[in-house]
Design a protein around this ligand. Structure first.
Ligand code: HEM
Ligand code: SF4
Ligand code: SF4
Length: 507
């Protein structure tokens, strides 16, 4: 299933990666875009509240007024509200497929996955109660079918469906309850739920890049102007609606209530939810050994704690009597063994020859010392002009492609694991003419922030920085395939560029 998910996402990503730069590709911002669309829903919803009448008789007319009389503002707000809600569902679905397909939910990473599920159980009722409030024919269908579903829950003593048998039986109070849930109750829980969902992550991306936000808003506005959201005919409980324009984003399971029965639909929903809830342990992911701190080498600079994407490092008062004030402490329950902290540690330097290469923090699965040995081994196989030393992330598609093509490379957990001093070492000690970083292309870092930190360290905007003596054009960073071709094609081009540069240097 993960393979299928990755293939599906790659198909979707192909045109998007051509149209957008890597940093603004929507596929790399699915979670934050979902939040952004929720903001559009919230803000447009606030406008609607001013005009909406929470009564069975007034609801339909108040929305009709907005769509027809105040189409230039209220009508647009209404359309934005609807289309942004639909977009949030599409992005949410893609977000879940992506996290699942790239195995970002097992072992120590279970928390965001498990706390994601309640968000789904809030988002769908939010949309469904929204359709209810329009009080048109679709709302009537939604209300009756929802009531049938709710009637199956043993806590409701009276039949809810009975509320909808006639206009007389339908109380404004019940309608007001739905309005309360839609306008206040569920949104508050959703905001709290999103906070819980990301609170264990360090620097979660809450807002997508600005240009992406602007583009998404413009797209929604154009859609709203071209296809304004409209009500269907007013609800009439004496008549059954003949044809309904259906919203499959929110109501996809409703036809099943009639086709099967409410009981079966509940069973299906509970089964799918249970499967999602248990997914991180079906089977449990293999946890690598967490990062370890060597107090003899840690100077308490805090860089590892700043760069750890999972908030697994805290700085504690020194416990070994050393004159430095602080020491790094790793929480083994949070550490996902990405190695990004090693890339941040100023003591992880391969130039050390007198003492053993033990940095302040290290990854047992691939130590800084082993990394230096691997560099030596791979670089000894490079011949001729345009020698490029390749680094690739373990288990990535790029690593597999390189292996299949017989290209030697140095394997790392994440590009963020390589301290910039290693690039300096490779180039200044003539282990290679250039460095080719084959990062996880297409859909971003297997962990989080690894590609961002690497770019910034090489670009000398984040500590530890690449030393100035190194010509950074000799380091090729590759995190996106299209339009530059796959990793092998890019590597061929990089080698040719290195060769050209060498030839020009000779002349
Ligand atoms: C309203 C719905 C949701 C929103 C707004 C949302 C938003 C986010 C955001 C902003 C992040 C952080 C991205 C980053 O900075 O790297 C994230 C991560 C994540 N989300 Fe969601 N999410 C939602 C629903 C879900 C659901 C339903 C699931 C799965 C059942 C899920 C699974 C995950 C996972 C596994 C991560 C990444 C954790 C990691 O990297 O270890 N999310 N989400
Ligand atoms: S290995 Fe990754 S998750 Fe673990 S402490 Fe280092 S940066 Fe944090
Ligand atoms: S980056 Fe290295 S030296 Fe600095 S606090 Fe972390 S382990 Fe210690």
């Amino acid at each position: 299933m993960q393979k299928a998910g990755r293939a599906g996402l790659a198909i979707l990503n192909r045109p998007l990666s051509r149209a957008f730069p890597h940093s603004e590709n929507p596929m790399n911002h699915l979670g934050s875009l979902t939040i952004y669309f929720c903001w559009i829903v919230l803000i447009s919803g606030i406008w609607l509240i001013f005009f909406f009448r929470t009564s069975v008789s007034g609801a339909f007319d108040s929305l009709e007024y907005l769509s027809r009389e105040q189409w230039y503002l209220g009508g647009i707000m209404r359309s934005l509200h609807r289309y942004a809600s639909d977009a949030a569902i599409v992005l949410l679905l893609l977000h879940v497929v992506k996290e699942f397909s790239f195995d970002r939910y097992r072992s120590k990473r279970w928390f965001s996955w498990v706390t994601g599920l309640p968000l789904v159980w809030m988002l769908f009722p939010l949309g469904i109660t929204g359709y209810w409030l329009v009080w048109d024919e679709l709302a009537q269908y939604v209300a009756i079918t929802s009531a049938e579903l709710l009637d199956r829950i043993p806590i409701f003593t009276d039949s809810m469906a009975g509320n909808f048998l006639s206009d007389a039986a339908l109380s404004d109070r019940f309608f007001t309850l739905m309005a309360f849930l839609h306008l206040v109750g569920l949104p508050i829980f959703l905001v709290f739920g999103i906070w819980l969902h990301v609170f264990r992550l360090s620097r979660p991306e809450i807002n997508p890049p600005r240009r992406l936000m602007a583009g998404a808003l413009i797209a929604m506005l154009v859609l709203s102007l071209v296809f304004p959201a409209q009500s269907q005919d007013k609800a009439d409980l004496a008549l059954a609606a003949q044809t309904l324009k259906f919203d499959w984003f929110y109501l996809h399971s409703y036809p099943l209530v009639q086709a099967w029965s409410p009981g079966w639909v509940w069973m299906l929903l509970i089964a799918i939810s249970s499967l999602i809830l248990l997914a991180p342990w079906l089977p449990p992911g293999k946890a690598q050994k967490p990062a370890v701190v060597s107090l003899d080498n840690c100077n308490g600079c805090k860089r590892c704690a700043d760069d750890c994407p999972y908030g697994a490092i805290t700085m504690a008062p020194r416990s070994d009597g050393n004159s430095y004030l602080h020491e790094a402490v790793v929480d083994a329950n949070l550490c996902v063994s990405c190695g990004i902290c090693v890339g941040a540690c100023p003591t992880a330097t391969p130039f050390r020859i007198r003492s053993e290469l033990v940095p302040g923090i290290d990854l047992p699965a691939r130590t800084a010392s082993e990394l230096r040995v691997a560099i030596g081994k791979v670089s000894s196989t490079l011949r001729g002009e345009g020698r490029a030393l390749v680094f690739a992330c373990r288990g990535s598609r790029e690593a597999k492609r390189l292996s299949a093509a017989g290209e030697p490379f140095v394997e790392v957990e994440c590009m963020g694991q390589i301290p910039p001093s290693y690039f300096d070492y490779v180039l200044s000690r003539d282990h290679a003419d250039g460095i080719f970083l084959a990062g996880c292309a297409d859909l971003g870092c297997r962990f989080r922030l690894g590609s961002d930190w690497t770019r910034q360290r090489i670009g000398r905007t984040r500590d530890p920085r690449l030393r100035k003596r190194i010509d950074d054009s000799r380091i090729s960073m590759n995190w996106q395939e299209s339009p530059g071709g796959n990793v092998l094609q890019r590597l061929v081009r990089f080698r040719a560029a290195l060769k050209r540069a060498a030839d020009e240097g000779v002349q």
